[in-house]
Design a binder for this molecule. Structure first.
Ligand SMILES: Cc1ncc(C[n+]2csc(CCOP(=O)(O)OP(=O)(O)O)c2C)c(N)n1
Ligand SMILES: [Mg+2]
Length: 369
């Protein structure tokens, strides 16, 4: 028996390539040229927010941050059961993108890390917190919990626990917009881990083929549970993932709300003008573990601290506000208002009644087709 000799894959490919080198070289050059000639969205620029808009971004991001911190506390007290995935660190993504949407026209769908996207849509914090604590007043009547929240009146379609499933469902929502000719665009969020799922690529193919009005948003927070993006992804520049489907991709600083909003403007212009989908890779970071049960041993405290110190989206927004002359006194008033809203939502969620036992038998099947 021969001893097995390991030859790097690259060398095998070179050794077996036919001699007609110039012809194959030529083909690849013209392919590159064709790709370069394809129309692309314009390069996004940071959004030029007015002082009022910037204050609203700050307020909305702070609401997510404080709401999530409170949810973490309620979980620790045993008032929230089951899974709970916090969005702390990623606030600029949901706020930058969703502030650019037209309410009642555009739709949003995401995975299980969904509280922030609901708050960004202006949904009442009381009904979100009540859902977390499993109360009848919760947005899914207390039966969905953290991962399964919906608000069809806001065109917010969940809240999904199956990694990547929301991408195909989002393509369906976009198909709905096109079919009804209602001018709406679907924003479908998914993670860096989800971006390795097969159904994502089936959805990319159909979405581009049918020029569906959809913005695919990869929230690249660097980890899928305990696995870093570089360990799990052969192409870790995730904005390139739509390339072979002819879906243009843009990489964005997802820790900067103005950069995110700027990219949202470009993406919406592209999609609304009928050019089909676009892919946004949001480079972001989650400060907390994957879920409440994750001690996050796969990364160092220093790594997390360094992101907090250097790229925190709320601190970044504060700096922009300071440049516009907004003083600490104004921010303090906002901080106080947010604390009140969040405390009230926790009180509401603790004191409102649990669902009736009979609710166990409702919403299980759709009776009519
Ligand atoms: C189809 C499927 N496979 C595996 C899981 C288990 N799972 C839950 S979350 C997760 C990681 C996903 O990471 P990412 O897409 O980066 O999202 P993030 O949690 O970082 O927001 C995995 C593997 C699942 N829920 N569904
Ligand atoms: Mg991730």
């Amino acid at each position: 028996m021969h001893a097995q000799i390991k030859i790097p894959l690259k060398e095998i490919i070179l050794a077996t390539t036919p001699a007609k080198k110039s012809a194959s070289k030529k083909a690849s050059v013209s392919e590159d040229a064709a790709r370069a000639n394809r129309e692309r969205p314009t390069e996004p620029v940071p959004y030029k927010a007015t002082k009022e808009e910037l204050l609203k971004f700050y307020r909305d991001m702070l609401l997510i941050r404080r709401f999530e911190e409170k949810a973490g506390q309620l979980y620790g007290l045993g008032l929230i059961g089951g899974f709970c995935h916090l969005y702390i660190g990623q606030e600029a993504v949901a706020i930058g993108l969703q502030s650019a949407l037209t309410p009642g026209k555009d739709s949003v769908i995401t995975g299980y890390r969904d509280h922030g996207h609901m708050l960004a849509y202006g949904i009442d914090p009381n009904v979100i917190m009540a859902e977390l604590t499993g109360r009848a007043a919760g947005i899914s009547k207390g039966k969905g919990g953290s991962m399964h929240m919906f608000s069809t009146e806001h065109k917010f379609y969940g809240g999904h626990g199956i990694v990547g499933a929301q991408v195909s469902l989002g393509a369906g929502l976009a198909f709905g917009h096109k079919y009804a000719n209602d001018g709406g665009v679907c924003l479908a969020y998914f993670g860096d881990g989800a971006s390795n799922q097969g159904q994502v690529y089936e959805s990319f193919n159909m979405a581009e083929l049918w020029k569906l009005p959809i913005i695919f948003v990869i929230e690249n927070n660097q980890y899928a549970m305990g696995t870093s993006v570089n360990r799990a992804s052969s192409e870790d520049q995730l904005y390139r993932r739509g390339e072979s489907f002819r879906i243009p991709g843009i990489q964005v600083d997802g820790m900067d709300v103005l950069a995110v909003r700027g990219a949202a403007e470009v993406a919406l212009d592209w999609v609304r003008s009928g050019k089909g989908p676009v892919l946004l890779e949001m480079k972001t970071y989650r400060y907390r573990g994957h879920s409440m049960s994750d001690p996050a041993k796969y990364r160092s405290r220093d790594e997390v601290q360094s992101v907090r110190d250097n790229s925190d989206p709320i601190e970044g927004c504060k700096a922009y506000l300071a440049e516009m002359g907004v003083g600490a006194d104004v921010l303090k008033v906002i901080e106080k208002e947010i604390r009140t809203i969040v405390n009230e939502s926790a009180d509401f969620a603790e004191t409102s009644p649990e669902p009736d036992l009979a609710e166990l038998y409702t919403d299980v099947l759709v009776e009519q087709y």
